[in-house]
Design a protein around this ligand. Structure first.
Ligand SMILES: [Zn+2]
Length: 363
């Protein structure tokens, strides 16, 4: 099977991108990564960089309509990581900080775009803050998604190539309780312990879980009280919530908005919310997955399956708006880990699938 010759460029591009460190918050490193991408596409599309507090957002586009490709230039690796964890090319595998998440995804998009017919429209967004929650990019991502029939998210694929059709929504809540302080020995009954109330809440929160539906709650941090001989007047907790459906997200949010009090003398409130809604498969996305799977199977001999995963991505923002395929990026191991690597044999078939999806969406 012959791939477009430009696919050969991917290895060199990835080496250059990995060697340019770009942790979240390093606007300069991030800009250099984006400039490299823009330069590689300068003769086939128009690029512009829009500054934000987190670094620039790069938009590369051609024409009107077509699919939206989502990538991010930031990595979780602080500057200097490259010294201990250098770029390594071992033929079948390449290694280095950010090679899988997601500089390998950026080069897949570059190769797919460069191999397209020149009249196919598309929009490619590279953001600076995905690894820290996409606060500065979210509005742009959502605005572009509203105009696109399909969004391709270049986060890494699963082992063997499976893509991601469902992702958890992630909530971050803060519980604060105030009780009444008193002397623990002289007047214990005059006190209303915020810590005792918190203990009740920790167990109550566990009761809100629906593991079959994928809803989990974790009280990860607690603090409270002042001294052992004082009934605690204050206590706080930090809670991580994961849901896989919109209805579960709404249920948890509504429940925490009106929390119970186990001791009526305590004041209890939950602050926070869901920073990314869950990504759920839809009928529209199923059609695109079928197309992707046909192409993938021709190239690799196996169908492309879609799986649900716990982690969140920018696909969580676009899935409620339009058909979204996530995990279309490189296949490998160790995202956010020291052994981060890309298994090279999947790169060309991956780029080809992205190319076909872009071509179809651009019709
Ligand atoms: Zn990523």
């Amino acid at each position: 099977m012959g791939y477009p010759p430009v696919f050969e460029e991917m290895r060199g591009w990835l080496e250059s991108l990995v060697k340019q460190e770009s942790p979240s918050g390093d606007a300069e490193g991030i800009s250099r990564v984006m400039q490299f991408v823009a330069d590689a596409l300068s003769d086939v599309a128009v690029s512009r960089m829009q500054p934000t507090e987190a670094g620039p957002i790069l938009e590369v586009s051609r024409g009107e309509g077509g699919a939206l490709i989502l990538g991010h230039a930031d990595t979780v690796w602080p500057t200097g990581t490259l010294a201990e964890m250098p770029w390594r090319d071992e033929g079948d595998w390449v290694y280095g900080p950010g090679c899988l998440d997601m500089k390998g995804g950026l080069v897949l998009a570059m190769a797919a775009i460069r191999s397209l017919e020149p009249d196919v429209p598309f929009h490619f967004l590279v953001t600076p803050d995905e690894e820290v929650g996409s606060e500065q990019s979210r509005a742009t991502i959502e605005a572009r998604a509203r105009k696109a029939p399909l969004v391709l998210v270049l986060e890494s694929g699963m082992p063997g190539g499976a893509i991601k059709i469902g992702r958890a929504g992630v909530g971050d809540f803060h519980l604060s309780i105030s009780g009444i302080e008193s002397h623990a020995g002289l007047e214990p009954d005059k006190g209303a312990s915020a810590i005792r109330e918190l203990a009740h809440h920790a167990l109550w929160l566990e009761g809100l879980e629906q593991k079959v539906l994928g809803t989990t709650l974790n009280v990860g941090v607690v603090s409270g009280g002042t001294r052992s001989n004082v009934v605690a007047g204050r206590a706080e907790a930090h809670i991580d919530v994961r849901v896989t459906t919109r209805s579960e997200m709404d249920r948890i949010q509504a429940t925490l908005n009106a929390p119970p009090r186990f001791d009526a003398r305590c004041r209890v409130s939950y602050h926070g919310g869901f920073n990314r809604p869950p990504m759920e498969p839809t009928a529209q996305s199923a059609e695109w997955i079928a197309l992707a799977s046909r192409v993938w199977e021709e190239l690799t001999g196996s169908p492309l399956v879609g799986v649900r995963v716990g982690g969140a991505s920018d696909g969580n923002f676009t899935a409620p708006i339009t058909a979204t395929l996530d995990g279309l990026g490189p296949v490998g191991q160790g995202a956010h880990a020291r052994n981060e690597g890309v298994e090279w044999r999947w790169m060309a078939p991956r780029a080809q699938v992205i190319r076909e999806l872009l071509a179809q969406a651009g019709r």
